[in-house]
Design a protein around this ligand. Sequence first.
Ligand SMILES: Nc1ncnc2c1ncn2[C@@H]1O[C@H](COP(=O)(O)OP(=O)(O)O)[C@@H](O)[C@H]1O
Ligand SMILES: [Mg+2]
Length: 780
Amino acid sequence: MKRERSSILETIPKTLPVIPTMDVVVFPHTIVPLLVLDEKIIKGINLALEQDNRMVLLLASKKQPSSLQGTIGTKDLYTFGTVATIMRLIKIPDGGIKILVQGQSKARVDEIKTDDDILMSHITVIDILRDTSRSEVAAHIKNLKHLVEKMSLSGRGLSPDFHAILSKMHDAEKIADFILSHLNLSVEKAQTLLEIEEFHEFLNELYIHLSKESELSDVQEHIKSQARDSMNQSQKEFYLREQLKVIKRELGEEDSDDIDQFRSKLAQLELTAEVRNEIQRQINRLEKTSPDSMEATVLRNHLDCMLSLPWGKETIDNLDLKHARAVLDADHYGMEEVKERILDFISIKIMKKDGYSPILCLYGPPGAGKTSLGISIAKSLGREYFRVSLGGVKDEAEIRGHRRTYVGAMPGRFIQGMRKVQSCNPVIIIDELDKIGADFRGDPSAAMLEVLDPQQNKTFYDNYLGIPFDLSKALFVATANSLESISEPLRDRMEIIELSSYTFEEKIQIAERHLIKKSIYDTGLDSQFIISPEVLYAIINNYTREAGVRELERILKKLCSKATRTFVEEHILPIFTAENIEKYLGPFRFTQEDHDPEHHVGICNGLAWTAVGGQMIKIEAIAMPGRGKLLLTGQLGSVMRESAQAALSYVRAHAQEFSIDPKMFSTHDLHIHVPAGGIPKDGPSAGVTMLTSILSAFTQRPIKSDYAMTGEINLRGNIMPIGGVKEKILAAKRNGVQHVMLPLKNKHDVVGLEKLLMGIELIWVGHANDVLHHVLLPSK
Ligand SMILES: Nc1ncnc2c1ncn2[C@@H]1O[C@H](COP(=O)(O)OP(=O)(O)O)[C@@H](O)[C@H]1O
Ligand SMILES: [Mg+2]
């Protein structure tokens, strides 16, 4: 075969007409059709046909047909090509010809020239088999066959048929040709392969190309299979959903499309045109979004929220005064004035059905029952209620809602509450209105103003909701410990009802009628369990010193839970006594004689009125060698600082009267300290107390410790009236101080407090000198 072959090679002439090929490189042994239009080339072909062997030289063009402009010159042709025989020729009507050629051998071009308008080439024929080692070729062929087998088995790149044919082939050249014909090679790459003159090297290159193709198809297959996987997932889900629908239909539980549900819900609601249009718009939007998208979830939640609000739904008020009275009495002891005002309010409701509701503000110390009274008001009217606690709320969005652009956006607390109670005329308890904060996230109190403004809350706008909602039917009950931190406009809008501190006797009543019962019930004890009055007294006196009853309730609950524990462990109920409760509740926190019975220099009992109710505060003053400076400590507000200065000026102005050496003021510093923790204190009512302390410090006369006082003083020493008289008397009582000095001008404040005043001596004072006269003892 080799000989036969080389004999063919020997018959190849040294000069041959050239046929340029445009987008194909023809290899030896391959048969390729070519279209020829160029006159010169056709002439060359005719010349070749005149010879016996009908041979031509095929040279690939470097230029690709797309970039072709005009005719190709000889410079554009590769100089290494294939000698081919023309097997057939067909003339086509418009002058061109179509030929079928078969490659015979590789050939290098030595020279190209044009003879008689024919492109001719001088060539050297290349015999690629001229020095091949058989074993090397065999090894290459084995590798190639192996790779082909692998590729066709995995179904990638090559068909199984390809392998079947190849496995039956034995001739190395044919195998190489067969593989070559199946490779997708660019002209450039094919040309490089063609130009390889050694057969084994050619086989090697083939192998490299083939394995590249194998890798490429591996990658393609991987990408395809990934795409297929993800497709399968959503198809599977779709399929399962469809099945679920069928199953539900079979079970008669078919829930129609959520969009239909939204529509039918919308149809049932009584809405303004504006609101209806907006909801309609959102439903339409939902319809257009893909049901599995994030956006659809957001839209659905929003629609859910809008459609589940109690549009126009109202509960009917129970306007029975007797019923209301009974509910209020059942829940709370005392509070006569407050209850009266609530009944007044209900009466107005009866007479004037459409009248706008006032905003009630219950104001008083912690544990006075403000929040629980708010709940009772709802009960007495037969309304739903919800509580919005503003303690520490700094973010305006808590009230007005988040914009829907946030992930996890929510409506504000008012809309949330409305949705929960399903009625648009609930009692809304705005708890701890005075504790509202403000920071960079907006001003929540401005938002509150809007909520509480009857002009604006008719169309309250929540950012999340995006449509106005009417809050004006609600009854607002706000609670606060102090009115100072509530902004003026907000305060103006409310009807303020004060809840005062409880006396010892009132606390006993509240505990016996309400708190003990509640604690027993809450801890699972039965009603046979009793807390004796003696134990109750001990608890109030030794564990609490508060204005309200919150701590008392807590301690009672603790005691009851101890009883429950004992019962569970030992099957008997313990009997508590004033002596043994320390074992259960820990050591007494206060004792009856807590106040120091000794009379000290510079220490004076003042009575203050703070956010936690009345408080007895010991004010301390001390004079020490220095240069006449005034030092004030204990978190004092500016008003209190000024009244300290006024007191000092008064003492300096009257130094002689009190036998103080005037030089002392320039040789001593004065330090006034107001203890009692970190509670910020302010107000003018400590003026008289500070004056007494200062005077005591400079004269070294002790102050009677069983006296407590309150009053503002001016520079002339006159004592001016103050607020919170009842609270202050209660504070003195709680602290076991019997003598209380009050400004003469406050005398009318104690009318009706006879019960409270039992055991207390009131001393009315109009001028600083009266006070000093009473409390300053002679110096030792
Ligand atoms: N006059 C009262 N009668 C019955 N229980 C009361 C009375 N005052 C307060 N309480 C109870 O004391 C507890 C604390 O009251 P709460 O309403 O939380 O106080 P506030 O909101 O004023 O701080 C509640 O359990 C409440 O029922
Ligand atoms: Mg409260």
